[in-house]
Design a protein around this ligand. Structure first.
Ligand code: F0G
Length: 433
């Protein structure tokens, strides 16, 4: 099946061969889509086949990305894939968080259950497979941490060197540790992701680096399969809404493309509305969408404790805008305190995630309060990263005194211990607080 690259700009639409990967349109510099001339599918037959593959022991079938390979046919059948058995992540009901946020019927699609602990693995298997097939020697990315952990793991597996640009002291220790553990070379440069990314893009051609940031359209192909997996888990009943956090906006773009294609191919009729949630100190997309500005309203000094989404110039904003148009979607912005509150309430459902992920639930609550989401709506939030990705954040915020005295230092005597325990155990627990 033929795949090719096409510029997303309405007035360009240049088509390029996918024989050599490009990150941007050769004519106008716009973002590129991977496109296919799909043969007509029989959705029922393919659904049955995808389902059947779950029982297979073959790596290509066990992967939650390649199991849906008919939707991403850019590799020849039987080609070598670089996989760590990504995807197949759980869909979990979150009753308390749903009540708090709405009430809505809330389920979480937990991408923290991926091999390196974030949704990036879905895209990374796709673009690292691509890189390996092209004989690439060195891959590179700029990152707020998760892309780097994922790149490092998949590059190691592919036997490709990995070069990572991160803003100095701005990414979580756990994510940095992952990249180092998988043997990536780490360059700490600049104060923001945007700066590091700019420098990487400038230097990449000289060094013939293969970029695996989400401007790489093959990343988006891997990430879009989350939609097929989620729908399969729901017996192909689309929810009313799907919420994702917005950073560089690759994930929103991928989910938009996935939904659009599954509708066009006859797998679903109703398209869920996409909700993109940004952190207030790093909300360029929110500002752009709500003001109707034709240009991106950049944030020069992005600031949020959700470091994964501390991005002021999201590279994929035009694809994300298109995704909102395709899905009649909305964008919301939430404060760091709202993110923390959402993270706490998810924890009361026994669900951990990193701060950026919890922004989704905070966004849903805000939209419900504003009457933009109807009560009892069926909402899936994508939790993008694992709880252990940012333990410093948790320990810092959960040790604060006004957080219900969860953490106490006690003198080592029985008297002090009794006094302390009397005090703590008298306080109401959980949602009663
Ligand atoms: N959630 C988490 C946990 C992330 O790591 C990211 C992005 C996002 C949400 C936002 O996704 O960029 O597709 O809009 N992290 C990137 C990185 C930027 O470098 O790891 P996006």
């Amino acid at each position: 099946m033929l795949s090719y690259l096409r510029c997303i700009e309405e007035n360009c639409r240049l088509v390029q061969s996918a024989a050599r990967d490009a990150q941007q349109c050769g004519a106008c510099g716009g973002l590129l889509d991977v496109q296919y001339d799909f043969d007509p599918f029989d959705p029922d037959a393919l659904r049955a086949e995808w389902h059947q593959r779950r029982l297979s022991g073959e790596p290509v079938d066990r992967s939650g990305v390649w199991r849906f390979r008919e939707l991403i046919p850019f590799m020849a059948p039987g080609a070598r894939i670089v996989s760590l058995s990504e995807g197949s992540t759980p869909l979990i009901g979150a009753r308390r968080a749903g009540w708090w946020a709405g009430p809505v019927h809330l389920t979480v699609k937990h991408q923290g259950n991926n091999p390196t602990g974030s949704f990036k693995d879905l895209g990374m298997t796709a673009c690292m497979t691509r890189a390996a097939s092209l004989g690439v020697k060195m891959v590179a990315c700029a990152s707020t941490g998760n892309t780097s952990a994922s790149m490092a793991a998949y590059a190691a597996r592919a036997g490709i060197r990995a070069l990572l640009f991160v803003p100095y002291r701005q990414i979580s220790g756990a994510k940095l540790a992952q990249a180092l553990d998988f043997g990536a070379v780490v360059i700490e440069v600049g104060d923001t992701f945007d700066q590091a990314f700019r420098l990487l893009r400038d230097i990449a051609p000289e060094l013939e680096l293969y970029l695996v940031n989400s401007v790489n359209p093959f990343r988006i192909e891997g990430q879009k399969t989350i939609v097929a997996e989620m729908l399969e888990q729901r017996a192909w009943r689309p929810p009313d809404y799907i919420a994702v956090p917005g950073g560089n906006l690759g994930n929103a773009s991928a989910i938009g493309k996935g939904l659009q294609e599954l509708r066009a191919l006859g797998f679903i009729e109703k398209v869920p509305r996409l909700i993109v949630v940004q952190a207030e100190g790093a909300n360029p997309f929110y500002q752009t969408i709500t003001s109707g500005s034709p240009d991106l309203m950049c944030v020069d000094n992005p600031d949020t404790q959700a470091t994964a989404i501390r991005i002021g110039r999201p590279a994929n904003w035009k694809k994300a805008r298109r995704a909102l148009q395709w899905t009649d979607g909305v964008c919301e912005s939430v404060t760091d305190d709202e993110i923390f509150a959402a993270k706490q309430v998810l924890a009361e459902d026994g669900i951990g995630c990193e701060p950026a992920s919890a922004a989704t639930v905070a966004g849903v609550r805000k939209l419900c309060r504003a009457g933009k989401i109807e009560p009892h709506a069926d909402v899936v939030v994508v939790l993008t990263g694992n709880q252990l990705k940012d333990t410093d954040y948790i320990v810092r915020r959960r040790s604060e005194e006004n957080e219900g005295g969860q953490r106490l230092r006690v003198d080592p005597s029985l008297d002090s211990l009794r006094r302390a325990l009397d005090q703590v155990l008298a306080a109401p627990a959980g949602l009663d607080r």
